[in-house]
Design a protein around this ligand. Structure first.
Ligand SMILES: C[S@@+](CC[C@H](N)C(=O)[O-])C[C@H]1O[C@@H](n2cnc3c(N)ncnc32)[C@H](O)[C@@H]1O
Length: 208
């Protein structure tokens, strides 16, 4: 069987610096183009993650960090599932400017590849969709997510199939499980950007 060539599916998959990614999103957000592309491309990441997350998070008032929140598509899906207490963080000012008013309690400009300013055991849950992809956030960010998550808190994230092994997310997830940092509740490949034939791994885990 020939290997699927995910690397060449989208021009953004070629970017290799923080500056280039920020510039790309700046252009992508003009005239709401990002949101329109997500509709046209049938981007199912936010729905898939919100549905998976809601199976394990029965308390709808929990505090949820939306890491790499972009224009707020994930919070919109979580709202449909009954959640409403969100903090959104992203390093693109232009993406944050497109977030609907009052969707999040707070929005912050943060680089997720750096140590995070939040104290230990702070959030009830963390969701991160579309952000573990080519040239974006690396797997070491999971260590910081776990640090700022409360004990028994939930973490839900997607990883683009094209970088899952290349950026060693497979090994990172195994390591976190074997060191008893996380209990993996679900880990499976699902649709992601349907019209571009790109899938992603989706994971829901509990902090131990
Ligand atoms: C594909 S978008 C996904 C946005 C949103 N979660 C969604 O599903 O629509 C990826 C987001 O990750 C953000 N991002 C990329 N690298 C980042 C970093 N190092 N720190 C914070 N945000 C980052 C981008 O600015 C962008 O908003």
């Amino acid at each position: 069987m020939t290997k699927k060539d995910v690397d060449n599916k989208l021009p953004i998959y070629k970017l290799n610096s923080k500056e280039k990614v920020i510039e790309y999103y700046k252009n992508w957000t003009s005239n709401f183009k990002y949101n329109q592309d997500m509709i046209d491309w049938d981007y199912t990441g936010p729905q898939n993650a919100a549905k998976m997350f809601s199976k394990y998070a029965s308390n709808k008032s929990i505090s949820i960090l939306d890491a790499g929140c972009g224009t707020g598509l994930v919070a919109k899906e979580l709202l449909k599932q009954g959640y409403s207490n969100f903090i959104g963080v992203d390093f693109s000012k232009n993406m944050l400017e497109l977030v609907p008013k009052d969707l999040y309690q707070k929005l912050e400009l943060i680089d997720l590849n750096n140590p995070l300013k939040y104290i230990d055991n702070y959030f009830d849950a963390i969701i991160c969709v579309g952000t573990f992809t080519y040239g974006h956030v690396k797997s070491h960010a999971l260590d910081e997510f776990i640090r700022i998550l409360k004990k028994n808190g939930l973490i839900c994230f997607s990883v683009n199939e094209g970088i899952y092994k290349k950026y060693k997310f497979d090994k990172k997830i195994q390591e976190l499980e074997s060191k008893n940092k996380l209990k993996i509740l679900e880990l499976k490949k699902l649709t992601y950007i349907v019209n571009k034939d790109v899938e992603a791994w989706f994971c829901v885990a509990r902090k131990l």
